[in-house]
Design a protein around this ligand. Structure first.
Ligand SMILES: O=C(O)CCC(=O)C(=O)O
Ligand SMILES: [Fe+2]
Length: 229
């Protein structure tokens, strides 16, 4: 059981989703039910939308952290490109971001632990060889956008699975805008950025864009990276 966390560690990390079947106390049904559909969807369609992935309290804590750190001036205009080639181009995207690192907050660590369960399940089932997650808070001001793009850089093909969690109120409606528009082979598909929703897709396959919203739009955007070939 190399992937089974110690019970004490597990209890502190686990908030309701878990690929660990040997956890009868915490998951009486041996429930890995939130991870299996993601994996099935990724295989079948290349993307997956889970409307109730994050617990409400965790969503609220992460949203609060994003707002507080923004008020403290910690978020910076997002750049495009990577390494030395990074530039801020507000014609392409105009969100503000802050990279999430382990050990910054209990809520952040809880989120990273949840996503690590997902990473391990993806590796177990799909042999993707995902090694790490890079992840940032993103705050789009009202009217903010990110034009149509792919999440893979020309000179770095390690980003493999994109995973975005929305930190907005659960009462976000389609008329508030801010949809993530996925450009799928059978046409565009809009995802409403409601708090608690998780969206995953294959980074090299699905072009997407963020549409302007009428209110501030909060998220945690991340990428599971595989080792360089
Ligand atoms: O926030 C979203 O819905 C997607 C953001 C995005 O596409 C990105 O940061 O690359
Ligand atoms: Fe993207």
């Amino acid at each position: 059981m190399a992937n089974t966390p110690r019970p004490s560690l597990h209890k502190s990390l686990c908030v309701g989703i878990c690929a660990t079947l040997e956890c009868p106390l915490l998951h009486p049904s041996g429930d890995s039910s939130l991870l299996a559909p993601i994996i099935d969807d990724l295989v079948t369609h290349g993307w997956s939308q889970q409307p109730v992935f994050l617990p409400q309290t965790l969503t609220a804590e992460l949203a609060q952290e994003c707002r507080t750190r923004n008020a403290a001036g910690e978020l910076a205009p997002a750049a495009i490109g990577r390494g030395g080639g990074q530039i801020v181009n507000e014609g392409i995207r105009n969100d503000h971001i802050l990279w999430l690192e382990a050990g910054q907050s209990a809520a952040g660590d809880q989120y990273l632990a949840l996503l690590d369960e997902l990473r391990q399940a993806l590796n177990r089932e799909l042999f993707l060889g995902l090694e790490e997650l890079e992840c940032h808070f993103a705050l789009y001001p009202p009217g903010g956008y990110y034009l149509r793009h792919l999440d893979r850089f020309r000179d770095d093909d390690c980003r493999t699975v994109t995973v975005v969690a929305y930190l907005n109120e659960a009462d976000w409606l389609p008329e508030h805008g801010g949809a993530l528009r996925l450009h799928l082979p059978d046409g565009p598909r809009d995802v409403v950025p409601m708090g608690g929703t998780l969206i995953c897709f294959m980074s090299d396959r699905i072009e997407h864009e963020v549409l302007p919203a009428t209110r501030p739009r909060l998220s945690l955007a991340g990428w599971f990276r595989r080792r360089p070939l």
